[in-house]
Write a protein that binds this ligand. Structure first.
Ligand code: ADP
Length: 255
C-alpha cells in the first residue's frame, strides 16, 4: 500500500471526565474514500475535528503526509507544533460542515477566492478563474455574484464544497453535510460529492447517515461505537451480512 496520507495512532480524546475516543488506529491511503458511520455521540465528529486541528488529541499521534500534526522535530527533539507548522499541514485538508459556515458578507465568488488568495498566495486573477471553474463544476456558474442568503441550503452547501475544493486539498472531510438540509435538497448535494469522488484524486472521510450513498461512494466503511472502531471493511462486508449484532441493530434503523 502507498504511504498513508493520514494516520491515527492510538489516538484518544477526552473532554473533562468523558472519554470520547478510546484508542483510534486508522490509516487512510491516498485517494481512499472512507464513510464513517455510527450512533450519535460515538465520536465521529471528534475524529474529523482532530484532523482539522480544531481539537487537540489527549494522547496518540495524528499524521498528515507523515508529518505529525501536534509535534515537530527541532534540533533532534520533539516539540509542540506551532501555528505556522499547523497552518502548512492544514493546507492539505479541506472540510465541509453541516451548517455551511460561508462568509455572509461576501459573494459566492469571493467566498471561493479568499482562501486561495490569503492562504495559498494566488493572484486575484488566478483565484477568480479557479473559483469560477469550481463553481461551474458544482452547478452554480450563474450564481457567482449572489450572496449566501440568496441561495437555498443545497446551493449553499455546494458553495461550501467549491470553497474547500479550490484549495486543492489532499483530504476532504464531510461532516453530515446533508443533515441540515430539507429532504428534497439532499440529492443535489450527494450528487456533487459523488462526482468529486469519481475524479478520484483526493482522500475523503464522509460522516454520513446516508447508507445507500456510503455504499456507492466509499471504498471502506468504518463503524464507530463508543469511541472505538468496532467494525470496518468494504461496503459489502459492513452493510451486507455483518455478524455483529450491534451493527445490525444500528443499520436496521436505516432500512
Ligand atoms: P458524533 O459525531 O458521533 O455524534 P461527537 O464526536 O460529536 O459524536 O461527540 C462525541 C461525544 O463527545 C459526545 O458525547 C459529545 O457530547 C462529546 N463532546 C464533543 N465535543 C465536546 C466538547 N467540545 N466538549 C465536551 N464534550 C464534547
Amino acid at each position: 500500500m502507498a504511504e498513508p496520507v493520514v494516520k491515527y495512532k492510538n489516538v484518544t480524546k477526552s473532554f473533562g471526565e468523558v472519554d470520547v475516543l478510546k484508542g483510534i488506529n486508522l490509516d487512510i491511503a491516498p485517494a481512499e474514500k472512507i464513510a464513517l458511520i455510527g450512533p450519535s455521540g460515538s465520536g465521529k465528529t471528534t475524529i474529523i475535528r482532530l484532523l482539522m486541528t480544531l481539537e487537540e488529541p489527549t494522547s496518540g499521534i495524528i499524521e498528515v503526509n507523515s508529518q505529525n500534526l501536534w509535534q515537530m522535530e527541532k534540533k533532534g527533539k520533539m516539540v509542540r507544533a506551532n501555528e505556522k507548522h499547523l497552518r502548512q499541514i492544514r493546507g492539505d485538508i479541506g472540510m465541509v460542515f453541516q451548517h455551511f459556515n460561508l462568509f455572509p458578507h461576501m459573494t459566492i465568488l469571493e467566498n471561493c477566492m479568499t482562501g486561495p488568495i490569503h492562504v495559498k498566495g494566488q493572484s486575484k486573477e488566478e483565484a477568480r478563474k479557479n473559483a469560477i471553474e469550481m463553481l461551474e463544476k458544482v452547478g452554480l456558474g450563474d450564481k457567482v455574484d449572489n450572496f449566501p442568503n440568496q441561495l437555498s441550503g443545497g446551493q449553499k452547501q455546494r458553495v461550501a464544497m467549491a470553497r474547500a475544493l479550490v484549495m486543492r486539498p489532499k483530504v476532504m472531510l464531510f461532516d453530515e453535510v446533508t443533515s441540515a438540509l430539507d429532504p428534497e435538497l439532499v440529492g443535489e448535494v450527494l450528487e456533487v460529492i459523488r462526482e468529486i469522488a469519481k475524479e478520484g484524486e483526493m482522500a475523503m472521510i464522509l460522516v454520513t447517515h446516508e447508507m445507500d450513498f456510503a455504499r456507492d461512494v466509499a471504498d471502506r466503511i468504518i463503524f464507530l461505537e463508543d469511541g472505538v472502531i468496532s467494525e470496518q471493511g468494504t461496503p459489502e462486508e459492513v452493510l451486507g451480512n455483518t455478524k455483529s449484532e450491534r451493527l445490525q441493530k444500528f443499520l436496521s434503523r436505516f432500512r
